[in-house]
Design a binder for this molecule. Structure first.
Ligand SMILES: C[S@@+](CC[C@H](N)C(=O)[O-])C[C@H]1O[C@@H](n2cnc3c(N)ncnc32)[C@H](O)[C@@H]1O
Length: 213
């Protein structure tokens, strides 16, 4: 499977993500998605990032190479093992600028930290939305890209669960309290996705008015 495949959030049952990552070739899904690649220059070059459902780590590595300290969370040990191998090959230091965390995000659970960047790519778990909001620091960046209900699937490949697909405008509405930097719903390279780049709003404290002398 390579990155141009439209199949990243669908299952060819009974394969699991562990089995799929075990079958990955050296070049499978190494490069960031075009949307994430386009967002990278806007993101801070220091601080902490969280890659939710990081898989084989293509975006975790890109964020770490950008300068961020990355927590990469996924349920698949095989995916994170591949991420670790690829990080070492790239000269990164797993444990230092890349922390790999095996966890089931449907519990729902996220590591506790104030993140400067949270990235979600081709994963949807709506109960995580409030946690994403809470664990981004004010001014922090959210990069989110995943499939919408406009995605079409071949007869032998169906979505693992239909509720893994976004409704039109759903992502934008879910983060309506963020400052929207970019939002689009596109159908490119056989993928129908919503793409969102947004910042958590800084709530400035109302300063008391000091009357003149
Ligand atoms: C389509 S892949 C996306 C991987 C990566 N974000 C990317 O864009 O290359 C979906 C990922 O979600 C992970 N995943 C699915 N359900 C999960 C869960 N409940 N908890 C944690 N990870 C999960 C899978 O293991 C898989 O790595």
């Amino acid at each position: 499977m390579n990155d141009s495949s439209p199949l990243s959030t669908v299952c060819r049952l009974p394969s699991t993500w562990d089995e799929r990552y075990a079958a990955f070739g050296a070049e499978d899904r190494r490069e960031p998605s075009p949307f994430v690649a386009a967002c990278l220059p806007r993101l801070p070059r220091q601080g902490y990032a969280l890659d939710i459902a990081a898989g084989a780590g293509r975006h975790s590595l890109a964020l770490a190479q950008h300068g961020l300290r990355v927590d990469a969370v996924d349920r698949s040990r095989q995916g994170l093992y591949l991420a670790k191998q690829r990080a070492i090959e790239a000269g990164l230091e797993p444990g230092k600028n890349l922390c790999l965390i095996v966890a089931d995000l449907e519990r729902p659970w996220l590591p506790r930290r104030d993140y400067d960047v949270i990235l979600v790519s081709f994963f949807l778990c709506r109960p995580l939305f409030p946690m994403i909001k809470a664990q981004l620091r004010p001014g922090g960046w959210l990069v989110y890209e995943t499939l919408t209900i406009h995605q079409t699937f071949g007869p032998d490949r169906q979505p693992a669960r239909p509720d893994f697909l976004l409704q039109p405008q759903e992502l934008k509405d879910a983060f309506a309290d963020f400052e929207l930097v970019f939002y689009d719903e596109v159908n490119q390279n056989q993928r129908a996705t919503a793409q969102l780049l947004a910042r958590k709003v800084v709530v400035s404290e109302q300063l008391p008015v000091i009357s003149g002398q």
